[in-house]
Design a protein around this ligand. Structure first.
Ligand code: NAG
Ligand code: NAG
Ligand code: ZN
Length: 444
């Protein structure tokens, strides 16, 4: 049976880390790559990650997925005494060092849902067994029938939270049946053999799609060539899928809501609040303390006041519809750390967009394990899409302080769009000692 087969498939989460031991203004930093956690067939993920950043998820062996499992036996049952859904767990001795991180992840779910995780000594019942990481991070989908299922939750709270999501029944966001309305899959960039990562399955999509979900992949996940494998239909939304922008690794409002629907928390809480029941508006819900839990963009006792969108606004860039100059924020002073800017330059239909750089001073190239320079979107970078806003463009990186090659773009350098649109994505890492760039926009 299809479901049965799915039910038993483990998924593996691969994360990559790279730390930067120093960030000198003069000279390229030293990159200490922890052993790369590669996918089984040794496809190299394209990233080095500066210290303090995380690559999001890259799960393996996921043939299909839904946002939430649709087989009831995969949900953890209620504790007969307390009445709350209960997930017993044991910590393998080897994971002693990670105990604090794992407990923080468990607590994060408990603070936001009615699911209880209880450490147990009774291994004669289904339970989670946290085991030490051998480099990967993974979990089964939902509760397994046998007495004990392993979970390799790794050593950072964002990954622990993600893996616990799988363990209680979450699949990846981009596997939802309705995902094609939200993201375009760029199959040509998917690493060969990993197409199954992007399959969908029928699902009940009770909660709206969420680019910022703790269960969403990054836009370049499982890329074979470093380019995006997924692009949101609104190109500006791509920033929502990056850890550095939003509160990544933290359950989003919609993640919490879904778990609370699936585990019956909303009904349980609301029956505990009888008499003092508030009617929460704008998709807010009544939480454990009988107060409304409001989605981002709303406030007030019953979430009645709408103050913005669910997603945070773009902090810089925007549509450009007339000849002008675009530049990084604060130019010629340094841009802000972790800044994302996107410009959608739109010429009249019979014209092309031409940009001429007058300055391009970004934090340098990355170097790979073989000391080769490469341009990496996790350092400062500029992506220029000449074809159309949903077709990934080339990445351009900064100078190298004389130690390696020069910057990818020099003063006077021009780019011309193929059609009437050009889309530019700037990402500034947190080494913000550089001036940034400025470029003149013309329609030709
Ligand atoms: C362990 O849990 C199972 C299932 O709940 C129960 O039947 C069994 O009695 C428990 N064993 C002990 C020693 O408590
Ligand atoms: C930017 O341009 C796109 C494409 O023309 C359009 O759909 C969108 O509404 C524009 N955004 C703003 C804020 O004007
Ligand atoms: Zn995952």
């Amino acid at each position: 049976m299809r479901q049965k087969r799915l039910f038993l498939l483990p998924i593996i989460l691969v994360t990559l880390f790279c730390s930067v031991s120093s960030a000198p203004k003069n000279g390229v930093g030293k990159y200490n790559q922890r052993p790369h956690m590669e996918r089984k067939n040794k496809v190299q993920l394209p990233h080095n990650v500066p210290d303090g950043y995380r690559i999001a998820q890259g799960d393996m062996l996921v043939p299909q997925g839904r946002k939430f499992i649709n087989w009831p036996e995969g949900k953890w049952p209620e504790d007969p005494i307390t009445g709350w859904p209960s997930v017993p767990y044991v910590l393998d001795e080897d994971v002693e060092v990670d105990r604090t991180v794992i407990e923080s992840g468990l607590q994060h779910w408990m603070d936001n849902t009615c699911i209880t995780f209880q450490e147990t000594k009774n291994e004669s019942q289904p339970h989670l067994r946290f085991i030490a990481s051998d480099g990967g991070c993974w979990s089964y989908f939902g509760r397994q029938p046998q007495n004990g299922q392993d979970i390799m939750a790794c050593d950072t709270i964002d990954v622990v939270t993600h893996e616990l999501g799988h363990a209680i029944g979450f699949f990846h966001e981009q596997s939802r049946s309705d995902r094609d309305a939200y993201v375009k899959i760029l199959w040509e960039n998917v690493a060969p053999g990993y197409e199954s990562e992007f399959q969908t399955e029928d699902s009940l999509n009770d909660v709206e799609y969420d680019y910022t979900s703790v269960m969403h992949y990054w836009s370049t996940e499982f890329s074979g060539n470093g380019k995006q494998t997924m692009m949101p239909w609104n190109p500006y939304d791509e920033i929502l899928m990056y850890a550095v922008y939003g509160p990544f690794g933290v359950l989003t409002f919609r993640d919490k809501l879904l778990a609370n629907i699936e585990y019956g928390c909303l009904d349980k809480w609301s029956s505990n609040c009888e008499g003092s029941e508030l009617e929460c508006l704008n998709q807010g819900y009544l939480g454990a303390d009988c107060k409304c839990v409001c989605p981002p963009g709303t406030e007030g006792e019953t979430c009645e006041t709408v103050i913005g969108d669910y997603y945070p606004p773009l902090s810089c860039g925007g549509n450009v519809t007339s000849p002008s100059t675009i530049h990084t924020p604060n130019y010629p002073d340094s841009y802000n750390p972790l800044e994302y800017c996107m410009w959608w330059i739109q010429a009249p239909e019979d014209k092309k967009v031409q940009i001429t750089f007058t300055d391009f001073d970004l934090c340098y190239h990355d170097v790979d394990a073989d000391d080769q320079l490469f341009c990496n979107e996790l350092w400062d970078s500029l992506e220029i899409r000449l074809e159309d806003p949903l077709t990934p463009g080339e990445l351009y990186c900064g100078e190298s302080e004389g130690q390696y090659a020069d910057a990818d773009i020099g003063p006077g350098q021009q780019f011309t769009s193929e059609g009437s649109n050009m889309f530019i994505k700037f990402y500034g890492s947190d080494w913000n000692y550089w001036r940034g760039f400025t470029a003149d926009v013309d329609f030709v």
